[in-house]
Design a protein around this ligand. Structure first.
Ligand code: 4AD
Ligand code: MG
Length: 461
């Protein structure tokens, strides 16, 4: 690979008069009298570098016929740019053509709908919007590690193949090497003893259970990895494969957990405003007017906290007709979550202490006997972006709850050991990474914030 410059660096600190080399894809080409201009983009930033080609250049005729999408390399001299908004442009001395396009190239037009771009997910990284989304996604991934590292959290890798169903919702993808056409059978059905792991296994829905036992030794940990859910909800907020950030803190209660989540979200807001200023300005202008102000307000907000009991009362008094029923004991739907954060508090809101029957087995039981120490963070437009809880650290109560729900204590005996020996209060949460990106950028569909979305019926790319 020959050495070349990235366009972001040149636009930021390129000095007039220096010889540089760039490579990228033609965004547009226009010709004038004895001259041609190419807007070249290499994905390092939103702005394309203006390339100036004189007719005296060898192969000028051929180059000035290049189509949008062609891959080229350009050598030349940086000169001061007369164009507004750019400091420098590149006066070309040599152009290398790597790959041309024909008239079937689908990205020739300037504007395409997101629906259309989803059908060409392998080409959309070359568009302005998806360049911006994936740069923000990358920057936020880094910021997540930075936040936790600055606070002494240990980054742990939890397994992707698992034998447990952490959330207990039965929304898992099976992992097997058995012949699905003719699996071995025993008296009870499929004989999983003959499967690769000697038992049924699935893709994980959450790294929490493993994260908990790691925290009960390392004190503060986090995971950041892919999780999988086969829930058949074809919504703009659900993906079958999504990334989750899951911190777990020992010697912490629900209030500590909410404090951590609040600091975390605010930190990520500040980071994206500072480090992705150009892309955020693009979202603010093109995608979601007011996005920057919204993220700035979130970075400075005091996150409201409200008990589930009160949330239900507020919803019952709403005077809005919801599609789904509202009653104590029922889970909140996105329309309720949005109403609470958008209409009732006008900002981010933690709903705390949900009925135990709609939450997972591991949550700490409150003294009222009917709620658990759960928390969801709800934000305008998206609804829930974080789900967390204080965990049940009392062995007897945890075992009793598992029996009530019908969760096998034998298969989770390793998990129960953390309560058997040296048990301690602990808490944690899971942040849906795509939902965070949606909230920060204003992108409205989860399919448009992950490069290759996995949703019901779609795994083609
Ligand atoms: O609320 P959830 O189900 O919580 C857990 O999995 C806990 N074990 C986390 C923990 O305490 N360590 O999921 C956490 C977050 C949700 O708030 C949501 O943002 C996101 O994960 N999420 C999804 N994102 C996209 N597509 C889906 N199908 C999602 N399901 C959950
Ligand atoms: Mg949840």
């Amino acid at each position: 690979m020959s050495k070349y410059h990235r366009i972001a660096a040149l636009l930021k600190e390129g000095e007039v008069g220096t010889e540089v080399s760039v490579k990228g894809w033609v965004r547009s080409l226009r010709t004038g009298k004895g001259v041609a201009f190419i807007a070249l983009n290499d994905g390092s930033c939103l702005t394309s570098l203006q390339i100036v080609l004189d007719a005296t250049l060898p192969d000028f005729e051929e180059i000035s016929r290049l189509g949008t999408g062609s891959a080229i390399g350009v050598e030349g001299t940086l000169v001061a740019s007369p164009a507004k908004g750019q400091s420098v442009e590149l006066q070309a001395t040599k152009v290398t053509v790597y790959g041309t396009v024909d008239d079937k190239y689908p990205l020739q037009k300037k504007h395409h709908t997101f629906e259309f771009l989803r059908t060409i997910a392998h080409l959309r990284p070359r568009s302005n919007t998806f360049g911006a989304v994936f740069r923000v996604r990358s920057a936020l991934s880094f910021a997540i590690h930075k936040f936790f590292r600055e606070r002494g959290f240990i980054y742990v890798h939890t397994p992707i193949i698992t034998a447990n169903d952490c959330e207990g919702a039965g929304e898992q993808f099976r992992v097997t090497t058995l012949d699905i056409g003719a699996p071995p059978r025993n008296d009870f059905g499929v004989d999983f003893c003959q499967d690769f792991f000697g038992q049924p296994t699935q893709l994980t829905v959450s790294g929490q259970l493993e994260g908990e036992v790691l925290a009960c030794g390392l004190t503060s940990i986090y995971t950041f990895g892919p999780t999988f859910r086969s829930e058949n909800s074809n919504t703009s907020r659900h993906a079958a494969e999504f990334w989750m950030v899951e911190p777990e803190i020992a010697f912490a209660d629900l209030a500590d957990d909410a404090d951590l989540a609040e600091d975390f979200i605010k930190y990520l807001c500040r980071f994206v405003l500072e480090e992705c200023a150009e892309d955020m300005a693009f979202f603010d202008k093109q995608i979601d007017p007011g996005a920057i102000e919204r993220v700035r307000a979130l970075a400075e907000a005091r996150f409201a906290r409200m008990d589930y009991n009160e949330a239900i009362e507020r919803l019952e008094k709403a005077g809005t007709s919801f599609q789904y029923p509202v009653r104590w004991g029922l889970d909140l739907q996105t329309e309720h979550e949005r109403y609470l954060s958008e209409q009732v508090v006008g900002g981010p809101l933690f709903v705390l202490n949900y009925p135990k029957d709609i939450k997972a087995f591991y949550m700490r039981q409150n003294d009222d006997g009917r709620t658990v120490a759960a928390m969801d963070l709800l934000v305008p437009k998206v609804g829930e972006i974080i789900g967390g809880s204080q965990r049940e650290e009392r062995l007897d109560l945890l075992e009793k709850r598992m029996d009530e729900i019908g969760i096998s204590k034998e298969s989770l005996s390793w998990y129960l050991d953390s309560r058997r020996w040296g048990s301690c209060p602990h808490a944690g949460f899971g942040l849906g990474f795509e939902r965070l990106i949606m909230h920060l950028t204003g992108m409205e569909n989860i399919r448009d914030v992950i490069p290759f979305p996995r949703t019901p019926g779609h795994a083609e790319f």
